[in-house]
Design a protein around this ligand. Sequence first.
Ligand SMILES: N[C@@H](CCC(=O)N[C@@H](CS)C(=O)NCC(=O)O)C(=O)O
Length: 212
Amino acid sequence: MLKVYGFGRVNKGARGNTRDLRVLWALEEMGLPYEIVGMDHPNHDLDSASYRAVNPFGQIPAIDDDGVVVTESGAILLYLGRKSGKLFPQDLASEAQVLRWSMAALNSIEVPVLSFWFVNLCGGKGTKPSEALQNWADMRLKQLDGWLANRQYIATDDFTVADILMSHVLASAANQQLLKTYANVLAYQARCTERPAWKKTLAAYFERVEAA
Ligand SMILES: N[C@@H](CCC(=O)N[C@@H](CS)C(=O)NCC(=O)O)C(=O)O
C-alpha cells in the first residue's frame, strides 16, 4: 500500500497550508488507495533517523510506494500522474506543458512568494528587502494573470497535476494579500479549489491533523 508521510500534528499557523495537501489532493483526484503516516512536527518526528532516511531534508511530504521513495511535492505529483495515468497527459507535447508549468509553479512563482513570506516572518516587514521581494512576486503574478486570460487551466485544456501545484502555491500568495488585483488568477484559483476532491481532502485533513 502506498504510504504518504503527512502531518499528524503541526503548529496552528501552518495547519491547512502544508504541502502534504498537494499529494493528498492528487490521490483523491486519482482515486488511488493509500495510507497516511501522521508525523508530529512539534514532537520532532521529522528529525528522527528513520524519517531522515526517507527524506534527508526532514520535510513533509514524502511517499513510499512499495519501496519507491519519493520526496518533493512536485516530483511526487509527477510520479503519481505517470503511475495512475490521471491528471497527466499521455502525449509528449502535452506532458512537456505539464512539466513546464509544474516547474513554473515551484520555481518562478513559489520562490518569490515564499521569500517574501520568510523575510516578513523574520521581522523584515516594511524594509527594503521585503518591498523588493513583494515587487518580484507581484511582477510574476501579473505575468501569470496575462497567461491565464483565455485559459481554464494552466498547462493544457484539462486539469492536471500542474494545476494542483500552481493553485496551492497561489494559496500562499493569497494568504499574503498578493493576489488582490489579479482577476484571472483569482478566477483560476477559485476554479481549482471548487473541485470536490479538494474540498474533501481539506475537510479530512482538518478532521485528522491536530493543531499544536
Ligand atoms: N520543496 C519541498 C518543501 C517541503 C516543505 O517545505 N515542507 C514543510 C511543510 S509544508 C516542512 O516539512 N516543514 C518542516 C520543516 O522544515 O521542519 C516540497 O515541495 O515538498
